[in-house]
Structure formats: C-alpha cells, structure tokens
Design a protein around this ligand. Structure first.
Ligand SMILES: Cc1cc2nc3c(=O)[nH]c(=O)nc-3n(C[C@H](O)[C@H](O)[C@H](O)COP(=O)(O)OP(=O)(O)OC[C@H]3O[C@@H](n4cnc5c(N)ncnc54)[C@H](O)[C@@H]3O)c2cc1C
Ligand code: FES
Length: 524
C-alpha cells in the first residue's frame, strides 16, 4: 500500500544518475537508489551499527555497508549478508516526471511467524546467544520457521556486541553498561523466542536433550551449538598465586571488560601477552588512556601468519608510533608479585630478561566451549566438525568459534575461523539447513580490526600465497594489499578503502583473477 498523503518531493530523477543519494523526509533519513528507471527508497542507516549507507557500494542489485560489509538486496531491503540481523526498512516511492517523491511512513514489514498459532510443533534449541546465536534466531524467523525456538545463554542481557570489548570499552569511550544489544529489546517477545539465562550442563546429541541444571531438560528436534570460545590462560610459573591472579585479565565477555576497565583506571603499565587481534586492539585502547603498554609475543612481527611480514611490520610500526613497546620473539615464563608497595608484577621472559608491569592482559586465543556436548566426536582442540551447511550430526549443527567447517573457497578444506561475521554467516547457513532449505551463496570470510582510529578490513582466508600486491599507499594507511596464489586472489586486507573492499567481497564469491582484483582495488 502506498501512502500518498505524506508523499513529498525529495530529489530529481536526473540528479540520481545511477547512484545513491541520502535525503530527508519529515526528519527520516532515507536512501534513494536509482536502478535504471526504478528508484528504491530504503533506510539510510545500517541496522547493524548505524553506518551511513550512501557511503556503501552498489554491486549487481546489492548494497554493501561501508563499515562491516552487511549486504542487502536493494529491491526488497532483505539481508544477504550479516552482521545486520534485520532488513532495511523500505519506504513508498513514486516518480512524477523528473520528481522523486517519497513517504516517511515505512512499507509494512512481513508479519513475524506466530509460534503460538503454528501447526509446526518442532522445537529448535540454540545454545549460546552471542554473534551466531542471535543471528540464528533472527534467520529462523526470517526464513519462516513458526515452531518453538529456545535460546539459552549463561550471561545476562545477551546478545550484545562483543567486538567493542577490546576497542571502545577499554579505551573508556563506551561504559560496559552501554554496550549495544544486537537486536531490539522487544525482538524476542515479538518473535516468540524463549530466551533462558542458564548454564547448559549437558547436550546429549543422541537423545536430543539439553540439561540446564535444576530446570527440566529441554528436548529438541534440532539444536545449534553456538557457544564460542574460552580464552586460553598462559602456563606461567606463579600465575596461580592469588596476588598475581588478581592482576591477570582475560577478555571474552562484558564482566571481563568491566574488570579490565577497573584495573586500567588504577594502573599505569600493562603487559599484553600475545600480539593477537584482541591483544593489539587492547594495546591500542589502553594507549588511548595513556597507559604504558608492552606487548610480549613469539614471532617476528604481529599477524605474520595471517598477513605476511610486510603487513605485520605495518601494524607494528603503527603501534610503535603510538608508543606501544614490543618484545617480539619472546615468551613469558614466570610471574611474581614484587615486594614493592604497589604490588607490581615481575615477569620473566624465556631469555631471562625481566619486565615489570601493573597488570597483564592475555590475548592468546580461545578454546572452543564444547565440553558439555555428549554423543558426537570433538576434535583435539574441542571444535566440532561441520559440513558446508554447518551440520555436525543428525539434528545437530554448529556455528561460530566452535565450528570447523568446509570452506568452499579452499576446495572444501575444513577451517575454524574466529570472526564475528563468519559466525553469523554460519548461523544463517545452519538456519537454512535446519529448515531443509537449499544452501545460500558461497561464504566469503570477512573481519575487521581497529587500531588507533584505523579500521582494517580483511576478506578471504589465506593459508598459502606467493604474491602480495599493494594498491594505494600503505604508509598513509590508504591501501588494499592483495594476497594471491597462482594468479588467483586468496585474500585482501584494506584500510580506508571501504567501497573497493565491498566490491571485492562480492566478486570473491567466485574465483577471482588477480588482474580483475587489481582493477577492483584500484577503482575510484
Ligand atoms: C574482545 C573481542 C573482540 C573481538 N573483535 C572482533 C572484531 O573486531 N571483528 C571480528 O570479526 N571478530 C571479533 N571478535 C571475534 C568474535 O567476537 C567471535 O568470533 C564471535 O563472537 C564468535 O561468535 P560465537 O557466537 O561463536 O560466540 P560468542 O559470541 O562468544 O557467543 C557464545 C555465547 O555462548 C555462551 N555460552 C558458552 N557456553 C555456554 C554454556 N555452557 N551454557 C550457556 N551459555 C554458554 C556465552 O556466554 C556466549 O554468550 C572479537 C572477540 C572478542 C572476545
Ligand atoms: S554498520 Fe553496517 S555492517 Fe556494521
């Protein structure tokens, strides 16, 4: 139904060429997208974290968000790729000669399937309400599942954006209580999703039963394991001493971040163990608060395994310019409380050097949180093997950090990738499989990481590459580095090149020649 009463002229068709324009209709920001003779009117802000979508990329009827690459169908507003979990709102639009008129009253959204009135008597259980769990709930309802959904997580006030815990929370820009939720507060009630706060003790895959302690067991028809990971603790001599343990910070959830902020507020010098993404994001955030930061890590430069030595050096320089000190090629071996009044820690490295610090932040990776699962074989690292549809066994699916899945771009080789959007892509694939729907498009892995005000975007998953081609200017952090093997693009790392990364991500759904990748990376 078109709302003609409040239609107002907002643009001229001839001004739109074939691109996008943000307009204002009665105070509502609306994005106009011209496609041939048609104009689409959609919400101008990304439902994920509010990015201005007019800065996104248009590719073959799709709009890619500039910030974290959520992708939408421009005709329907539907989600093609997360991290957006809700579609774009559509607005009525009409053309009168060269005038474009829109209404700020949204087009009606399809009704959420009503679980109470449904004849579908199946129960789907989702264990873990993080990135993957939240995406699975939203996707199951989006794909039309009207049966019962039970979502279980031990943390209160889930799901929330975990990625800010190493960025804006430790820097002090975002109080832990202001961490944004992933879905509107009324989403679960509106969509008849039973959200239970409980610790899952056992999931028996053979009996299809979940035990959450004192409450009755939950019997399910299909379950999704989306329990993420538990941060690894370093095996340092002396770490279990009470005085030392009180000054060790791991980072996975809101409580961890709150403790980290409290500690940082009382201290001057942080030692970061592990030049991981989380380790270095925290290093960056703590430098924003003017703490001294020293990073200790094996390897020559950070991220050498993921990006190679040149890009690793680039990250290291960025951190050094901002005052982070590195002790690369070293491991910490022991830690003790010094006798000084302030109780500083003394850390001994594997070359017997000692460093003193006020507290330690650990960024050494995670172990998949799957200890509660019975009836299926787990890998040595605790992960679950899944096929390309995220199926682990009959009635059991896995998504996110727990899943070792078949990545089509690697010829079906199984990999485990610990990144936000991948976890949500898994969840959407699993939701399809749980409903017996055909699989979606091939998954292109993507992640972002944030250091000293610079957002880096990575596409693909490079295991091996023999060529790194730089486009743009790495020294000014305006570049895309293309990692290629045998003339094909395997991955790309970009900074300040949001549009080009958006276009590359869409193109990488199929094998991409390096020549074509260079052209896309160098496009205006
Ligand atoms: C600090 C931090 C910053 C990050 N930054 C980025 C980033 O910038 N970009 C990026 O791409 N990725 C980032 N990541 C990685 C990303 O957050 C993870 O890959 C993603 O959260 C994985 O999603 P998941 O659903 O598998 O697990 P999670 O999001 O961790 O969710 C798992 C949930 O399961 C619950 N749970 C676990 N066990 C049980 C149980 N037995 N019973 C009940 N509930 C249980 C947990 O409480 C948790 O809420 C970051 C991770 C962290 C920790
Ligand atoms: S703001 Fe659009 S994907 Fe994050």
């Amino acid at each position: 139904m078109t709302h003609t009463s409040d239609m107002q002229k907002v643009a001229r068709l001839s001004d739109l060429a074939s691109g996008m324009k943000r307009v204002d209709a009665n105070g509502t920001p609306i994005l106009l997208i011209r496609s041939g003779k048609t104009v689409h009117a959609l919400s101008a802000e990304c439902p994920h974290a509010g990015a201005p979508l007019e800065e996104g990329t248009l590719c073959d009827g799709r709009l890619v968000c500039p910030w974290h690459k959520a992708t939408f169908d421009i005709a329907s507003g539907a989600i093609i790729e997360p991290p957006a979990l809700l579609p774009l709102t559509r607005y009525p639009v009409r053309l009168a000669h060269d005038d474009v008129l829109v209404s700020s009253t949204p087009e009606p959204q399809p009704n959420a399937p009503s679980a109470s009135a449904s004849s579908d008597k199946r129960t789907f259980a989702i264990v873990g309400a993080g990135a993957a769990g939240a995406a699975a709930c939203a996707a199951l309802r989006e794909f039309g599942f009207a049966g019962r959904i039970v979502l279980i997580d031990r943390e209160p006030r889930t799901p929330y954006d975990r990625t800010v815990l190493s960025k804006f929370v430790p820097s002090g820009e975002m109080p832990p209580d202001d961490i944004p939720p992933l879905l509107p507060d009324d989403f679960f009630a509106t969509h008849s999703i039973e959200a239970i706060q409980a610790d899952v003790r056992t999931l028996d895959a053979s009996a299809r039963r979940i035990d959450i302690g004192s409450a009755p067991s939950i019997r399910y028809d299909a379950a999704l394991v989306a329990t993420g990971g538990v941060p690894k603790r370093p095996s340092l001599q002396g770490i279990d001493d009470d005085g030392v343990a009180a000054r060790i910070r791991l980072l996975r959830n809101r409580d961890d971040a709150r403790k980290l902020v409290e500690t940082a507020a009382q201290c001057d010098h942080a030692l970061v163990l592990g030049a991981s993404f989380i380790g270095l994001e925290v290093a960056s955030a703590l430098r924003e608060r003017k703490l001294r930061v020293t990073v200790v890590s094996p390897g020559n430069v950070p991220f050498e395994k993921q990006f190679g030595p040149d890009l690793g050096r680039l990250f290291m320089r960025l951190h050094e310019v901002h005052g982070v000190r590195f002790r690369m090629g070293r491991r910490a071996q022991a830690v003790e409380r010094s006798d000084a009044d302030d109780g500083a820690l003394r850390v001994t490295l594997d070359n017997r050097d000692t460093l003193s610090c006020d507290f330690i932040v650990v960024g050494m990776g995670v172990t998949p949180a799957t200890g509660f699962i019975e009836g299926v074989t787990r890998n040595d690292d605790g992960s679950l093997n899944a096929d390309a549809s995220m199926r682990v066994a009959d009635g059991l699916y896995a998504a996110g950090d727990v899943a070792r899945f078949e990545l089509q771009a690697l010829g079906g080789e199984r990999v485990r990738i610990e990144h936000w959007r991948v976890a949500q892509q898994h969840a959407r694939l699993a939701a399809r499989a749980m409903l017996g729907l055909p699989p979606g498009e091939p998954l292109v892995p993507f992640f972002w990481t944030y250091h000293f005000g610079k957002n880096f975007n990575y596409l693909g998953h490079a295991r091996h590459w023999n060529e790194t081609i730089f486009t743009g200017t790495p020294d000014t952090f305006e570049f895309i580095a293309l990692l290629a093997e045998k003339g094909k693009l395997v991955a790309a790392l970009g900074c300040n090149r949001d549009g080009q990364i958006g276009a590359l991500g869409e193109a990488m759904r199929k094998p991409l020649d390096i020549g074509d990748a260079i052209r896309l990376a160098e496009s205006p």
